[in-house]
Design a binder for this molecule. Structure first.
Ligand code: NAP
Length: 196
């Protein structure tokens, strides 16, 4: 798979470096590719947003929620046939319905929600004394293998919730905020599903 990560800040940089280090060809899409150092020594390439989208079959959105519609408007046609993985959150208001924006501006793209339910510290270091944090995600069934590979590349354990389950994923985000912030337990907090 060829993956593009749009946004090269805390989350985009963390994810893009992890994907590249796991061996997935990764391009970071930046507004300032000439000076952007987010790739570090990971092997990820850095280019413009348009070039990154063009060269990828999977496009991870790691930009502020306020930039999502602008991005989709500008690159909606180029996203046709590609998988959009939405990691963007609106932490000061209601969770944005980016899935609706993708359907409107990039109707030929597929939509997945992932990498948004935990503070970025846990994406950078997902290991809790030998136990990986779970990453709950929503995606079309046909894209499960892609998401499982990307989530595993970060060191997280994939937990598939089904197609169109972005509201359930965002419920996990609200749970994380309730505990980490609301209850003051701190950002180094994650979830691990138990079964028997
Ligand atoms: N921080 C967390 O713990 C966390 C966890 C999960 C999900 N998220 C979500 O992940 C997203 C990114 O968060 P972050 O913490 O990584 O923020 P950040 O460090 O501020 O990075 C944001 C990135 O988006 C880029 N960007 C902004 N507008 C853009 C546009 N129109 N086109 C292309 N790139 C644009 C910025 O580029 P410039 O340098 O050019 O401004 C920057 O590289 C947010 O939606 C956030 O809610 C964050």
């Amino acid at each position: 798979m060829n993956v593009a990560v749009i946004g090269t800040g805390f989350i985009g940089g963390t994810l893009g470096r992890a994907f590249a280090r796991a061996g997935h060809p990764t391009v970071l899409g930046s507004r300032t590719p000439e000076t952007d150092a987010a790739a570090q020594d990971s092997g990820a390439a850095t280019t413009t947003v348009a070039d990154a989208v063009a060269h990828a079959d999977t496009v991870v959105l790691a930009v502020p929620t306020t930039a999502v519609e602008e991005l989709l408007t500008a690159h909606g046609d180029a996203l046709a046939g590609k998988l959009v993985v939405d990691a963007a959150n609106n932490i000061t208001g209601p969770v944005a319905h980016h899935a609706d924006l993708v359907a409107r501006h990039a109707p030929k793209a597929r939509y997945a929600r992932a990498f948004n339910t935990l503070g970025g510290e846990n994406l950078a270091d997902p290991d809790f004394n030998g136990t990986p944090a779970d990453m709950f995600y929503s995606a079309p069934e046909s894209d499960r293998a892609v998401l499982d590979a990307l989530i595993t590349a970060v060191g997280l354990r994939p937990q598939y919730l089904g197609e169109g389950q972005q509201d359930t994923v965002d419920g996990v985000l609200r749970l994380w905020f309730a505990l980490a912030v609301g209850q003051g337990r701190g950002r180094h907090l994650a979830f691990h599903t138990l079964e028997r």
